[in-house]
Design a protein around this ligand. Structure first.
Ligand SMILES: [Zn+2]
Length: 284
């Protein structure tokens, strides 16, 4: 960092706070300096545990929400669709589902299930304006090359009244945890519970990014954790204890969310929903 760069989400001033990561003083984004490849960062051998088993409940939650918010269904685009697990669940509920996936092997799996899959980042995919009733983005903004451009593109792709459903890691949880890890706090357990990516968003960062993209009715809440310990972050704690701690922490984060009237999201991951207002669809 030369001191001249500004936050890629909001243009705010940067300072180094955690482990050499530039952090925005305005929106709280923390990111890795330098060029991002935008390549998906799947852990070999873990895809099936992560995308099939652990996320089933989360996908169901997303589709329940979208089904209630858009009862007529329609076209759904899943950005970062992996092997098509969410596409399959969405299609079973009547959505016309399509995906974006940059990893060729995973894209091939989704294609083999009969889904249309685009192999380009969303902002470069050249999809049709106002074509989608719903867009889902599970843990993809954190590994994107240009998240703000992607958010603007999602706005363009949504039909007036369309909804975006996002799940991403919460930097307000993972950055302090990472600092504890660097201090050797979890070393004796062999555990590495923090997750850092190209872009590490706080609730306020995601809100600002979506507002700037033109989206409205933005609601941010804690996500329930994934099932089990698919990333193997618990080390010697073992799956049972790692899961018990995840559930305990989620319960505490939810308690904090309730007593602060939804203002403080401390959960390890966030769910964000937003809408393109029908009246916004008619003007550029
Ligand atoms: Zn910022």
């Amino acid at each position: 960092m030369t001191g001249k760069e500004l936050c890629p989400i909001c243009g705010g001033p940067l300072a180094i706070k955690y482990a050499g990561l530039p952090e925005c003083g305005r929106c709280g984004l923390a990111f890795r300096a330098g060029r991002y490849s935008g390549e998906p960062a799947y852990e070999p051998g873990l895809e099936d545990a992560i995308y099939s088993g652990a996320k089933t409940v989360l996908f169901r939650g997303a589709l329940d929400f979208l089904g209630a918010a858009a009862p007529r269904g329609g076209r759904l685009l899943d950005i970062g669709c992996a092997g098509g697990e969410l596409l399959k669940a969405a299609a079973a509920r009547g959505w016309l589902a399509e995906g974006i996936e940059l990893d060729p092997a995973l894209a091939a799996k989704a294609l083999a299930l009969g889904f249309k899959v685009y192999p380009r980042p969303v902002e470069e995919a050249g999809l049709e304006t106002g074509a989608y009733d719903a867009v889902t983005v599970f843990e993809v903004f954190c590994v994107m090359d240009k998240p703000a451009a992607a958010a603007a593109e999602i706005y363009r792709l949504l039909k007036p009244g369309g909804i975006v459903y996002i799940r991403d890691f919460n930097a307000a949880f993972h950055l302090p945890l990472y600092r504890l890890e660097l201090a050797g706090f979890f070393g004796f357990l062999g555990a590495s519970p923090s997750v850092l990516h190209n872009f590490n968003f706080r609730a306020g960062t995601l809100r600002l990014m979506l507002e700037r993209a033109g989206l409205r009715d933005i609601v941010i809440r804690n996500s329930r954790p994934t099932e089990g310990d698919p990333y193997g972050t618990g080390g010697r704690l073992g799956v049972f204890l790692a899961v018990a701690l995840k559930i305990l922490y989620y319960t505490l984060a939810q308690a904090l969310w309730f007593v602060t009237f939804g203002r403080v999201c401390a959960g390890s991951s966030l769910i964000v929903t937003a809408r393109k207002w029908p009246s916004d669809g008619h003007s550029p």
